[in-house]
Design a protein around this ligand. Structure first.
Ligand code: KG4
Ligand code: ZN
Length: 349
């Protein structure tokens, strides 16, 4: 507590960002420090789990101190500490949770275990404080593609998810085959602006009629086969056309399924979340589709779409208000399910 403000710290270390934020009264962000390892992993073409863990281990005390300094608060003034407990890379998650537990224990602060995707969804509340459950969310990230009914701050129903590659994974793999390197999503997005989205007809996979599930691996394999065939024929491949046509195929499905989910649930708006929610085509085409139907589209700023501590602090703030606290025996859950796994993060009474 400082000047009457209730302070929540959020700690995120599930992949390649060490991030810590301080949030006041669940509304005002006082600091949001993000130490990215992207440049380190670029040399390997993707995140190397052990290297990620080691960098979290080295960075986290400094990110923590910076988050307090920038917020202008002391640890004693922090009211509660939220930390990502899953899903993610086990070793990376362990660094954040071990640190959070040590700080919570030493400073006698309540601890809250947060689901990473719950955090991504709650990022929408950082800039739209009036958004309250229930609402429909669409998580588009490197590890997840989920259409989710947000029934409460700590209660989610998954309406559909990917059956193979997550959308960000498909972007990253396509980027690799066209030689753009890691992380590929933003690079494909940029290159697609120079290409013709209708140059190549890549597969759009809708699965069974009425299914809200996704499958992106067929579209990705279509890109790989196209490049292979064209090269065998001695043709020069336009990387910009491939990027634009791949993006068009993927975003067609994303927009159609989002509209199907709105039809099915009857919500008056959609909140998008996750790193791929930075994508310019997804943002503009979902905006057009939502405008046409007269429903609201909530989109976090790019800095709150990719991994950050602010989203974890927001999720933790609401969990704490509802009495969901973790014990000092909090474990990490690399495959944590957001429908069935949240109760396991709470301290046994
Ligand atoms: O949400 P996030 O930071 O990590 C997970 O929780 O998975 O998302 C990272 C993913 C990566 O696959 C990255 O390539 C993708 O988000 N991404 C994008 C864009 N910016 C980030 N994908 C497409 N277009 C973008 N502009
Ligand atoms: Zn994430």
């Amino acid at each position: 507590m400082k000047n009457g403000m209730h302070l929540t710290m959020g700690i995120e270390s599930s992949c390649d960002e060490t991030a810590i934020a301080v949030l006041a009264d669940g509304r005002q962000l006082l600091s949001n420090v993000i130490s990215s390892q992207i440049e380190i992993h670029t040399a390997y073409g993707g995140v190397v789990p052990e290297i990620a863990s080691r960098h979290h281990l080295n960075n986290i005390p400094f990110v923590f101190q910076q988050a307090l300094d920038e917020a202008g608060v002391t640890l004693e003034e922090i009211d509660e500490i939220g930390v990502t407990a899953g899903p993610g890379l086990a070793g990376a998650l362990l660094m954040g949770t071990a640190f959070a537990k040590a700080v919570a224990m030493a400073a006698q602060k309540p601890l809250i275990g947060v689901h990473h995707i719950q955090g991504h969804i709650m990022a929408n509340l950082l800039e739209h404080p009036d958004l309250k459950p229930p609402f429909l969310a669409f998580v588009l990230s490197g590890g997840h593609t989920h259409l989710v009914e947000v029934k409460g701050y700590n209660e989610f129903k998954i309406l559909g998810c990917t059956r193979d590659d997550a959308i960000g994974e498909a972007y990253d793999k396509v980027a690799r085959v066209i030689g753009l390197g890691y992380p590929g999503g933003p690079k494909v997005d940029r290159l697609a602006k120079e290409g013709d989205p209708h140059a190549i007809e890549f597969k759009r996979v809708y699965l069974e009629k009425d299914s809200l599930d996704f499958s992106f691996s067929g579209t990705k394999t279509g890109v790989i086969n196209y490049i292979h065939n064209e090269e065998q024929k001695g043709h020069t491949v336009s990387r910009a056309d491939v990027a634009a046509s791949f993006q068009q195929a993927v975003v067609d499905v994303v927009v159609d399924k989002a509209m199907m989910a709105l039809d099915r649930t009857g919500y008056g708006g959609l909140a998008i979340a996750g790193g791929v929610a930075c994508n310019s085509s997804i943002r503009s085409r979902l905006q057009q589709a939502c405008d046409r139907r007269g429903v609201t589209l909530w989109i976090p700023s790019p800095i709150f779409c990719t991994d950050n501590g602010a989203m974890i602090a927001m999720a933790a703030y609401h969990k704490a208000r509802e009495g969901h606290f973790a014990g000092l025996d909090l474990d990490v859950y690399p495959g944590l399910n957001m429908e069935t796994g949240l109760a396991g993060l709470d301290r046994a009474e």
